[in-house]
Design a binder for this molecule. Structure first.
Ligand code: ZN
Length: 353
């Protein structure tokens, strides 16, 4: 890993952390106003892998899809990226204890109820119209915003990270809309060829991070494309609100083709200095243990992981699915620079994430 990198150890688990004085050029951690880098887009577009790679950067922590902390992590007993139940993870325990203490003893079940009310398609228009000074008119939203603010600050305090990567990807999470005070927000809209996304959502995959190891939900091409369309539209809308300085678009295929150059771009985008990217080389990334909630089960992988574009969909996809994907995504294919007739050799080659 990077030679200039320091690590803090929380009961044997490595967490990226800046050590005061070791990097005099590094800005200090602002625990009251942490930088938060949100990943927007559709699931199975590479977000889990990108999240884990970003979490390897000095000064970054990438705890995954934070709304999942309350549901899958603390209520349903799913595993953290480190392989322990979230409740038993030494990364999460001090953070959760702090948030619950700072939030008048709120329970994970209560936050889950708030999320079930807020994070739905039906509430999208109302959330889009909200501003930080109009939260009190919606008590559930005001309560949820308060807890999530406490969560970001607790993460910054516990890890010392200057940048928190949030890979929720739900485009109207209140934090992504700038409704949580004190967050220094950037949004990264991650896209992947929608036909690859269709193919990935139809694949069988065991949820090894969940009790009983059931299979991940699978969806048909039409449903996936409607969801992809809606999320792309909203991600662009939200990105436009933040403006060019605070929003960027990244194609997953480009990230896999040249991860180092794209990591440099992201560092610059979040206002962080250059750093040693030696943990990514020759098409592989060296991943330390992660502490993630949400995301697909690949988040449990650590060690030397290949950065490879899984383009099996180009040859293996059913003609009907290809047609649905190509026709429904036509305006976006052009916009994001994807070919109408993809060839297998057109890209270096997917991680299925
Ligand atoms: Zn953990």
């Amino acid at each position: 890993m990077g030679s200039g990198k320091s690590r803090a150890t929380i009961e044997g688990s490595q967490v990226r952390q800046a050590t005061p004085g070791e990097h005099p050029s590094r800005p200090p951690t602002d625990v009251e106003n942490p930088k938060v880098l949100f990943l927007l887009g559709k699931g199975r577009a590479g977000g889990t892998l990108l999240n884990n790679v970003l979490g390897q950067l000095e000064g970054f922590t990438a705890p995954g899809e934070l709304p999942r902390l309350w549901t899958w992590g603390l209520t349903e007993g799913w595993l953290c990226g480190c392989g322990r139940p979230v409740r038993d993870c030494p990364y999460w325990k001090p953070i959760v204890d702090r948030v619950l203490a700072d939030s008048q003893g709120v329970s994970p079940a209560e936050v889950t109820r708030w999320q079930n009310e807020l994070l739905t398609w039906r509430k999208v228009p109302r959330l889009l119209l909200k501003s930080p000074d109009s939260l009190e008119e919606w008590p559930t939203l005001a309560s949820y915003v308060g807890v999530m603010g406490n969560l970001y600050r607790a993460i910054a305090r516990a890890t010392g990270a200057r940048v928190i990567v949030e890979s929720t990807r739900w485009p109207t999470a209140p934090s992504i809309l700038g409704l949580v005070p004190g967050m220094d927000v950037r949004v990264l809209h991650l896209v992947r060829d929608p036909r690859a996304v269709i193919y990935s959502w139809k694949r069988r995959k065991a949820l090894v991070d969940r009790p009983g190891n059931p299979e991940m939900q699978r969806f048909g091409a039409t449903y996936t494309m409607v969801s992809w369309w809606a999320r792309s539209f909203l991600a662009e809308l939200v990105s436009r609100r933040w403006g060019r300085e605070r929003a960027m678009l990244l194609r997953y295929e480009d990230f896999i083709a040249d991860p180092n150059r794209n990591l440099e771009t992201i560092l610059s985008f979040v206002g962080e200095p250059k750093q040693n990217l030696g943990f990514v080389s020759d098409g592989f990334v060296q991943l330390d243990t992660t502490h993630t909630v949400g995301g697909n089960p690949d988040r449990l992988r650590s060690g030397r992981v290949e950065l490879r574009l899984d383009d099996a969909w180009v040859q293996g996809q059913a003609l009907a699915d290809r047609l649905i994907g190509t026709v429904l995504a036509t305006p976006y294919l052009r916009r994001y620079g994807y070919p109408f007739f993809p060839k297998r050799a057109s890209w270096p080659d997917d991680g299925g994430t």
